[in-house]
Design a protein around this ligand. Sequence first.
Ligand SMILES: C[S@@+](CC[C@H](N)C(=O)[O-])C[C@H]1O[C@@H](n2cnc3c(N)ncnc32)[C@H](O)[C@@H]1O
Length: 394
Amino acid sequence: MPAGRRSHYCVFCSVTVTTYNLVATSTFGLESVVADELKLLGYTGLKVENGKVSFQGDAHAIARCNIWLRTADRVLIRMAEFAATDFGQLFDRTLAIPWEELIPENGRMHVVGKSVRSTLFSVPDCQSIVKKAVVEAMKRKHRRSWFDESGPTYKIEVALLKDHVTLTVDTSGAGLHKRGYRKAAGEAPIKETLAAGLVLLSRWKPSRILADLFCGSGTIAVEAALIGRNMAPGLNRQFAAERWPHLPEKVWADVRDEARRVSSRDPLAIRASDVDPAVLGTARKNARDAGVSDCITFREVAMEKFTAREKFGCIVCNPPYGERTGETTQVEKLCKNLGHMFTRLDGWSMFVLSAYPHFEKFFGRQADRKRKLYNGTIQCYLYQYFGPIPPKTH
Ligand SMILES: C[S@@+](CC[C@H](N)C(=O)[O-])C[C@H]1O[C@@H](n2cnc3c(N)ncnc32)[C@H](O)[C@@H]1O
């Protein structure tokens, strides 16, 4: 039985059910958040490793995870794992995988790769060996010598780490951060997946206020609104595996129907502000395109002027952290002002993503907890300041 999939006949529904070895990839630092999301979706037996969470699931799971996961980058099918230190081993082990069970005769076999600390270090060579082996496996099965590859895409990744090969097929297509609502962005937008991760890590409850005081293109506010209303982030986009003949269209349609049914139109108190009026225009448009503009209040306000009469709000934000030289003094002043502003708020919590290494010193208080996260390739910390637990009515 191949590592990628296993099939059994279900006597209750009279169909053959195929179980896949699935991998939800994530940015470093968000793995446990992805795992929590998977648990909430009902998946068990999760294996959490650096940058990925492995689990098993059927076609329905592929559709659900693509449509529902907020913090994962992609959903992959793991086809095989093995050791290889020469091209012969790589070819033979790849050839032994029954690719034809997943890839149809007209499938486009696109191979990508990466190699870290491995004997087989030439990525183009590894890609070409894997492509040859996959095509050879298909030739043997279909008894033909040529494939036009005019059909749906199967992006196969050969990943080598210390001579250990992992072969996966990508079910997502464009990364899951591409929800479809953010056509334009400000200067340094964070990925939608990271924004959702910040909101989930803040443990914000929809009954409370959420504020982003440096909202830029509005990503954190929009992701909070999607979470608060239980709206599936991938509802309005397409995925690579939707074009695969082995995954019935009905599975995707059922998951989308269910997602529409379970989302709410409950009012939310999300406040998003920024000093830049131009970027606020973009944020408003993004919120409209995401279908959540009615629950976010956008305002042109400098963080220094932010006040709130209500208690127990939650600030989630990523202020500028001085990417360019000569901006350090400005950033230090901003951190200091943020610290002062926070002391004026009654019972609020604050979660600040910053790459500025001396954030706490200038903010004026050590974080209750810190978490290392990556904003693209930039190492950051999420500085967490917990307010008091609100009474049950909040
Ligand atoms: C790193 S960006 C935020 C990106 C945002 N999370 C997104 O996804 O688009 C920082 C934002 O802070 C805003 N900003 C800078 N100084 C500010 C201040 N004192 N008060 C409010 N906003 C400020 C900038 O205009 C910029 O849009």
